[in-house]
Write a protein that binds this ligand. Sequence first.
Ligand code: SF4
Ligand code: SF4
Ligand code: SF4
Length: 275
Amino acid sequence: MSKVFTVDIAKCNGCYNCQLACKEEHADNDWRPYAAPQPETGHFWVKLHEHVGGTIPKVKIYYEPHLCNHCENPACAAACKFDAYTRRDDGLLILDPEKCTGCRECEKACPYDAVYFNESEKIAQKCTGCAHLLDHGHKLPRCVDACPTDALGFGEASELQDFVVGADVLKPESGCEPRVYYRNKPGRFIGGTVYDPVEKDVIERAKVRATIGGKTYQTTTDEFGDFWFTDLPTGKYSVVIEAKGFDFKVFDAVDATAPDNYGVNLGDIPLDAAK
Ligand code: SF4
Ligand code: SF4
Ligand code: SF4
């Protein structure tokens, strides 16, 4: 058996239920031998990452829950000299609270920052996959069960092949072979608003083209003069705006590569009347 987690980013509404449910399940609850109690603060065995793109008023946001990947080739376990990590038959990787000496080597080794240090217990801790629940008849870990939109999934890899095959994993270059699978991470977006500065009115149906490496994406402005390109590959774009009766406008090298901002707002764009 090999259990995996799935995350459909398009379904995640950022409600934080998963984070709260994990806290409720583990904070102050002693689930030894699976895990000692999680501290009330400072630990996020599942952590929602918020990605904001663009600038006001053209802003988009998506959420990405991260948890221990229960990796096939875990750097945490490799770094532990005290044999505190155990692979269960169902594939979950458990950190034994009794064997952990608190040396913190696994915490340093995990490329996903999924290991936390419990200052009062002086041990490392991480997501257990809620193995204590699974072993007592529950089908799902708490976070998955608490997700109201089914953005989180959990089950046998063999039964989730439609999701897993071709899905993304976090930092595939880590060599850890993570087993939390992600789909529907949005691509980059470019947006803007086109207007006539003389009439002080937006321009509808302006044609907008965004070109990168010989490939061109096209759209038109809507009744608010707005245009949006969504789900674009990362890169630098040349954007050309044309409208009947106006001079065209070109933006060279629109940079849709920023690691901390997945969108570009070109702002309010005036077009001059054609001479
Ligand atoms: S995500 Fe980090 S803590 Fe979890 S199994 Fe992989 S290397 Fe270990
Ligand atoms: S599987 Fe359990 S321990 Fe892991 S993040 Fe979800 S609720 Fe927390
Ligand atoms: S519970 Fe589900 S919808 Fe809510 S933040 Fe977590 S993954 Fe997203």
